[in-house]
Write a protein that binds this ligand. Structure first.
Ligand SMILES: Cc1ncc(COP(=O)(O)O)c(C=O)c1O
Length: 487
């Protein structure tokens, strides 16, 4: 018998379970307090240098009490988050999360499930959410769905499937070659930057994405799309993909998805819809008609962590043809052999549908929330954010000192304080001061060359008085900064 190796370190489970339990309850209570008081205090506060300096400490070799580390978290991390649980966080497109999802995250972490594959019920939870999404978008029974980090990753998956469809299955082995250099994709010139990045990462080059002109509503100009496709074909190039946008990042514009579906059919293009924050509006019967045509897409990307109100991260990719989706990613390896029975059963596995082998249990927080709140309630939250955006747009239109810079078809409003000169600088300063004061946190974008204050209303906690406060603060800052400038 060989010598039994000595135990060099204790396992990582607590030695005093009752003490751990008491501490765990404190941590849970603190976090529930945090969420319960999401609307109190400033939206955001910058971390002071003294707090940042603490993070220069070296790798902690020795143990510390969990209580002490948690105290540190409460002092140095929790107060200095981005602020997106706050009802007056209007920046970028950050979701507000929900408490049921947060609790489910704790359960998922406790389970420590790896959803790359194998035969276990956590994978069935993800498959059920995928079937719910196929049902929502009227996709057929063979649809494929997968949780990913976010819409950026989901859009990359779409480009990779469309690439494999265009170049054939051998391209996965041989690379894109000269045929790949001829592929061309099309999206609105206002499409999110992650589409160009996906083209880059797919080895096709971001220049192979044509930015198609938009109409006055910010929607892709269908005639311009057809012309670009025809021009590229005439030049010997190979159009293969059109990406429609359902909720453009700047203004929330929704492309005419039914018209895009017709072009895609006529031109044999893969139709992918980037619905990062717009697609789930289909949960609301009032909003669903805005997305008509999305049910004809070959694939859709969206984020539960945005308008779906799930805690980060919870992106999702849905493909009409699950077999084609699988064909773009599945691979074999001796150490990942699938069996008919036992733990290695249950093929195809989620790792056959995307780049990740190890995958966390993102599905659980969405499964819990949809079951606990009901899908209709999430749809109603999305409708509420859109109604508040319409209210903000109306407040701006009624206020002579403010100017709206774009239509607001969904939940995003772009506007500015009118200034005789130097409008970009003034509006940039307004946003900066709003953020630093903690009163509200919009972000900025550029609309037709002008810097805009951009308010994306995503959080289920936001109410009309939050919008009123944003408008009042923009006016107050606009007046005082204009006077300061004049003086
Ligand atoms: C329209 C659109 N597409 C894609 C993305 C990227 O999504 P994610 O940040 O989840 O990767 C965003 C982000 O806001 C977006 O607005």
């Amino acid at each position: 018998m060989p010598p039994v190796p000595p135990i060099l370190a204790p396992d990582l489970d607590p030695k005093d379970w009752p003490a751990l339990r008491a501490q765990a309850h404190r941590m849970l209570d603190d976090m529930l307090d945090h969420i319960q008081s999401a609307g109190e205090g400033p939206v955001w506060r910058p971390a002071p240098p003294s707090v940042r300096e603490g993070f220069a400490a070296p790798l902690p070799r020795a143990p510390q009490a969990l209580e002490a580390v948690h105290e540190d978290f409460l002092r140095t991390v929790l107060p200095y988050g981005v602020g997106n649980t706050h009802p007056r966080f209007f920046g970028w497109v950050h979701g507000g999360g929900n408490v049921v999802g947060a609790l489910a995250e704790m359960l998922a972490a406790g389970l420590n499930a790896n959803l790359g594959g194998r035969d276990h019920m956590p994978v069935e939870v993800e498959r059920q959410v995928a079937r719910w999404m196929a049902e929502l978008f009227d996709f057929p029974a063979g649809a494929g769905g997968l949780f990913v980090t976010g819409a950026s990753m989901a859009n990359l998956i779409a480009v990779l499937i469309a690439r494999a469809r265009a170049l054939g299955p051998d391209s996965r082995r041989l690379g894109v070659g000269p045929a790949g250099a001829r592929l061309r994709a099309y999206a609105s010139c206002l499409a999110h930057g992650c589409i160009a990045k996906a083209m880059d990462m797919a080895g096709l080059g971001s220049d192979a994405l044509r930015g198609v002109a938009v109409d006055a509503e910010g929607r892709m100009d269908i005639a311009a799309l057809k012309a670009a496709v025809a021009q590229d074909r005439a030049a010997g190039l190979e159009p293969f993909l059109v990406v429609g946008t359902a909720g453009g990042v700047d203004t929330g514009a929704v492309d005419d998805l039914a018209a895009l579906a017709q072009v895609a059919r006529d031109e044999r293009l893969w139709l992918h819809v980037d619905g990062a924050f717009g697609a789930l509006a289909r949960l609301s019967p009032e909003l669903a008609p805005l997305l008509d045509g999305i049910e004809q897409a070959d694939s859709i990307a969206f984020d539960f962590h945005k308008t779906g109100q799930a805690p980060y991260d919870a992106g999702f990719f849905l493909a009409r043809d699950g077999a084609r989706h699988q064909a773009a990613f599945a691979s074999t390896a001796a150490y990942l052999r699938r069996e008919a029975r036992g733990l290695a059963a249950g093929a195809p596995w989620p790792c056959d549908f995307g780049p990740d082998l190890s995958r966390g249990f993102r599905a659980l927080k969405v499964w819990f929330a949809f079951r606990t709140y009901g899908a209709d309630a999430i749809g109603a939250c999305i409708l509420n954010t859109c109604r508040l955006a319409a209210y903000l747009a109306a407040c701006i239109d009624a206020e002579p000192e403010l100017e709206r810079l774009a239509p607001a078809p969904l939940n995003v409003v772009c506007f500015r304080y009118r200034a005789p000169t130097d409008s970009d600088r003034l509006n940039g300063a307004i946003v900066e001061q709003l953020q630093i004061s903690g009163a509200a946190a919009p972000s900025t974008t550029v609309i037709d060359g002008a810097l805009a204050i951009r308010a994306a209303i995503v959080n289920h906690r936001t109410r009309a008085p939050d919008i009123d406060l944003l408008v009042a603060e923009v006016l107050r800052l606009g007046r005082s900064l204009t006077q300061g400038h004049a003086a």
